[in-house]
Every structure is written in C-alpha cells, then in structure tokens.
Design a protein around this ligand. Structure first.
Ligand SMILES: C[C@H](O)[C@H](O)[C@H]1CNC2=NC(N)=NC(=O)C2=N1
Length: 93
C-alpha cells in the first residue's frame, strides 16, 4: 500500500498541466478528431494494465479526460503521480 501524499507533496509533485480535484488528479487532453482520442484512451489503458493502477478515462468529442486516485488508500499517492508522468511521456512521444 502506498502512502497518501500531503497537500504540499501533491502540489510539488503534480506534473505540468495536471490539476488537483479533491482526492483526484486530473488532466484533459485535446485531439484533432474523435478517433485520435479513442486511440489515446487505449494507450492509457495499456499503461494502466502494466502498472495495475487504473484511471477513470472519459472520452468526449476531440478530448479525453483522465482522472487518477488510489482507491484502496482513499486519496492521492505516488502511484497516481507516476501514472500521470507515464501518460505524459506517452502523449509527448
Ligand atoms: C483490488 C484493487 O482494485 C486492485 O488492487 C487495484 C486495481 N487498480 C487500482 N487502480 C486505482 N486507481 N486504485 C486502486 O486502488 C487500484 N487497485
């Protein structure tokens, strides 16, 4: 079990363009068309499976919202930050 991060730790470790929303960290990615978003969601799902840490993925027209929290711990842990960083690195690839 990972430890819950403090408010200061969350603020310090949150990757650029991610925001905190209560017990979740959130980012919305924009795409030129719907299917690029769908493909991105698939890639996020593959990362989630590899890390066994699963975000909420909301697919909308030309945008995908990713919401991360650690359910078992009941808040934000370094697993969420690590997932956000992995997603960022894949998105920038
Ligand atoms: C039983 C429990 O659901 C599993 O251990 C994993 C699966 N994926 C998970 N994903 C997230 N975001 N939080 C969890 O606590 C979590 N737990």
């Amino acid at each position: 079990m990972a430890d819950l991060l403090s408010d200061d730790e969350i603020e310090a470790q949150l990757p650029d363009d991610w925001t905190r929303d209560g017990d979740e960290i959130v980012r919305t990615y924009e795409f030129d068309d719907y299917l690029r978003g769908v493909n991105f969601a698939q890639m996020v799902g593959e990362i989630a499976e590899s890390q066994f840490h699963h975000p909420e993925i909301i697919i909308r027209y030309e945008e995908v919202e990713i919401r991360l929290t650690s359910h078992e711990e009941g808040g934000i842990t370094d697993q969420d930050v690590e997932m956000a960083e992995l997603i960022e690195s894949e998105h920038d690839a």
